[in-house]
Design a protein around this ligand. Structure first.
Ligand SMILES: NC(=O)C1=CN([C@@H]2O[C@H](COP(=O)(O)OP(=O)(O)OC[C@H]3O[C@@H](n4cnc5c(N)ncnc54)[C@H](O)[C@@H]3O)[C@@H](O)[C@H]2O)[C@@H](O)CC1
Ligand SMILES: Nc1ncnc2c1ncn2[C@@H]1O[C@H](COP(=O)(O)OP(=O)(O)OP(=O)(O)O)[C@@H](O)[C@H]1O
Ligand SMILES: [Mg+2]
Length: 388
């Protein structure tokens, strides 16, 4: 806080005013200042630069009010303690549905990020062409070459192949704590039809789903796949958000009142959680809007959204475990694991990006950021501690 220097002239007058009058004057000044729009804007700016802001819609005035939300605290609260009593799988089993002829990096980025943050197992379900490539990136990932694109399927075989794909994926689905659908999925119609069935199956089994990349292309054109599913998180970038707003709200992106728009958009899609990526990440489940503005880097290399999707998947599954373990009487029982996971995933991604950029500056690429995930989480939540 800047110290104000008083002139001798002012000091003399101030010495004449009795102490009690000074207290009243000071309080009146604070009251006047606090009600001024300048002060409110300054407070908002300081908070949004300093951390996450939670917006609640105030029933009487209908105006957005902001309440401070601490993203680091959310991470410390939901990150499980690493202790010897746990067995493989308990820290999370994540599956990425994505990877085709064109894209093999995105599913790898999402899947390895989940592992590096702390999931025990990370699977990738991709096309036969993509599988050997993704397997070559890392032996840590369990890669299933089960998806098919139109070019490799005869028209008359489509029905049969589709059932085989769904049976292959269905065998595994119940074991996963969260799916990430879309990184590097591409837009092949036959492949997307199969993925639609996978989404339906996951919903029936109450498995959380993070929808990113071309998965957003799919659900933007088939909103019924996710509409009303509270365990769905959509993570649109600037293009994908624009397409979603146009489709759902039949309007253009409103940067004058982004908070109101993301809240309305989420409500309109039946309470899915939307993580609108940007300079500040805006997160809404149709009830509240939170913003994560901490850390981050000016580098906009491709693949950072894939890291985010894998990160949200792990934290969402941890938040869900944490809420379930706290029991129905805990204050946590009213918390939305999809929102908590989105806040934590967003802050994690931005912290790692910031750390990577401080090391590599303009040459920062997604691989550098992935290598910073472990240190970033350790800085916030040391391995021997956490769950606050
Ligand atoms: N190294 C990689 O393998 C990466 C792959 N990525 C994947 O690339 C795909 C596209 O991601 P973007 O961020 O570019 O998505 P955007 O929606 O931002 O696409 C950018 C532009 O390309 C067009 N476009 C994208 N995919 C298309 C397709 N299959 N057919 C026709 N037009 C297409 C979009 O309409 C848009 O105009 C996603 O599946 C994403 O996950 C990205 O995540 C970046 C890294
Ligand atoms: N202007 C920005 N300043 C700081 N961070 C940003 C900015 N824009 C995006 N981000 C952060 O970068 C991450 C990726 O956002 P981005 O919009 O690049 O996703 P994307 O286009 O889907 O990425 P991908 O190339 O993986 O598909 C998000 O976590 C977001 O918080
Ligand atoms: Mg993306």
């Amino acid at each position: 806080m800047k110290r104000v220097k008083l002139s001798h002239h002012n000091k003399f007058f101030l010495s004449l005013v009795p102490f009690w009058a000074k207290v009243i004057l000071f309080c009146q000044n604070c009251m006047r200042l606090a009600s001024s729009p300048v002060f409110r804007r300054q407070r908002f700016l300081i908070r949004s630069l300093g951390g996450s802001i939670d917006y609640h819609t105030n029933c009487s005035s209908g105006k957005m009010q902001s309440v401070e939300v601490d993203a680091e605290r959310v991470i410390r609260e939901i990150t499980p303690v690493l202790d010897r009593s746990r067995h493989k799988g308990q820290a999370g089993n994540i599956a990425v549905i994505g990877g085709c002829r064109e894209y093999t990096g995105a599913p790898y980025f999402a899947a390895i990020s989940a592992l590096k943050i702390g999931a025990d197992l990370s699977h990738v379900f991709c096309t036969k062409d993509a599988a050997p490539v993704i397997k070559s990136y890392s032996s840590e990932l369990i890669v299933h070459p089960v998806l098919e694109e139109s070019y490799s399927v005869r028209e008359e075989d489509k029905k049969n192949i589709s059932s085989k794909v769904l049976a292959e994926v269905g065998k595994w689905l119940e074991r996963f704590d969260c799916l990430v659908i879309g990184p590097g999925l591409g837009r092949d119609p036959f492949l997307l039809d199969c993925v639609s069935e996978i989404i339906r199956h996951a919903r029936k089994s109450n498995i959380p789903i993070v929808i990113d990349g071309d998965g957003l292309f799919l659900v933007t054109n088939h909103l019924e796949l996710v509409s009303g599913y509270a365990l769905a998180v959509l993570t649109p970038n600037v293009n994908e958000y624009k397409r979603l707003v146009q489709k759902v709200l039949s309007s253009e992106v409103n940067n004058e009142d982004p908070v109101e728009q993301v809240l309305t958009l989420s409500k309109q899609i039946g309470g899915v959680t939307i993580l609108r990526k940007g300079k500040s990440d805006l997160i809404s489940d149709g009830d509240t809007v939170k913003s994560v503005s901490i850390y981050g880097s000016p580098r906009r290399c491709g693949g950072q959204g894939d890291i985010l999707s894998g990160s949200v998947a792990v934290f969402l599954s941890w938040a869900r475990q944490h809420i379930e373990a706290a029991g129905p009487d805990s204050y946590l029982s009213s918390k939305n694991p999809a929102v908590l996971g989105s806040i934590a995933g967003s802050a994690m991604m931005r912290k790692a990006a910031s750390l990577a950029f401080s090391n590599k500056k303009r040459s920062t690429v997604t691989g550098d950021i992935i290598e910073c995930l472990g240190k970033s989480l350790e800085d916030i939540c040391p391995a021997g501690s956490c769950s606050l």
